[in-house]
Design a protein around this ligand. Structure first.
Ligand code: HEC
Ligand code: HEC
Ligand code: HEC
Length: 141
């Protein structure tokens, strides 16, 4: 009998804690705004250039590997003075440049790169030297 009651009390406490802390857990997601990346300018630019929506490499790959790709591009340019990159995806030739290629399509650092990086708390130091595109003041839609 005592054990049974003890179990009930503990269940009661667990339920109480779950309810009492629910607003707290619920707020965690809200306080830390989810990345809100804007792909429209990049899609528009790639459609103008290639007649279709495409990045340098497939989306899943570029999302995971863009840092590695950028390092590779930098090394190729700085060490070998080689500026041409052929997409393994489409065979399209890209110019190995952060400013003159990536940021031509992803024309806002703030609405694209920073969205994920702020969320993940990564701070690439690239912009100490490389010039980010000028942010156009546009109505947030
Ligand atoms: C020709 C225009 C173009 C260029 C140049 C370009 N991108 Fe993209 N990028 C796109 C498009 C369009 C998408 C969305 C692709 C899709 O939805 O299939 C994309 C997607 C991405 C994504 C994934 C976003 C997501 O939703 O997960 C990352 C990260 C990215 N690009 C980074 C880069 C980097 C870094 C470079 C330079 C190395 C680059 N892009 C060059 C057009 C471009
Ligand atoms: C879909 C989300 C997403 C987008 C969009 C995105 N990144 Fe990233 N980026 C990440 C994540 C996540 C990491 C950290 C990866 C890790 O630590 O392994 C990262 C890391 C990096 C790094 C390495 C930084 C370091 O200190 O290790 C560079 C450089 C970088 N991103 C450049 C860019 C550029 C330039 C753009 C815009 C053209 C961009 N990223 C857009 C998610 C994104
Ligand atoms: C201390 C200054 C400095 C920092 C920080 C820096 N770079 Fe560079 N980067 C340079 C210089 C200088 C070049 C050579 C420019 C050229 O030959 O066109 C270069 C070239 C490059 C290139 C090839 C050429 C081009 O136009 O983009 C890429 C890609 C690149 N860097 C990526 C990065 C990335 C990604 C980061 C951050 C993880 C970074 N850089 C940080 C100075 C810097």
């Amino acid at each position: 009998m005592r054990l049974y009651n003890g179990g009930l009390i503990i269940t009661g406490i667990v339920v109480f804690l779950a309810l009492a802390t629910f607003p707290f857990y619920y707020n965690i997601g809200k306080a830390n705004a989810k990345p809100d990346i804007k792909l429209e300018p990049a899609i528009k630019m790639s459609e103008e250039r290639y007649g279709k929506k495409q990045c340098v490499e497939p989306k899943e790959w570029i999302r995971r590997e863009h840092m590695v790709l950028l390092n590779h591009w930098r090394d190729a340019v700085v060490r070998d003075e080689n500026r041409g990159y052929l997409s393994t995806d489409t065979g399209t030739r890209f110019n190995m440049s952060l400013q003159n290629e990536c940021m031509q399509c992803h024309s806002s650092k703030k609405n694209f790169c920073d969205q994920c990086h702020n969320y993940m708390a990564v701070k690439p130091f690239c912009w100490d030297c490389h010039i980010a595109p000028t942010e156009k003041e546009e109505a947030r839609s």
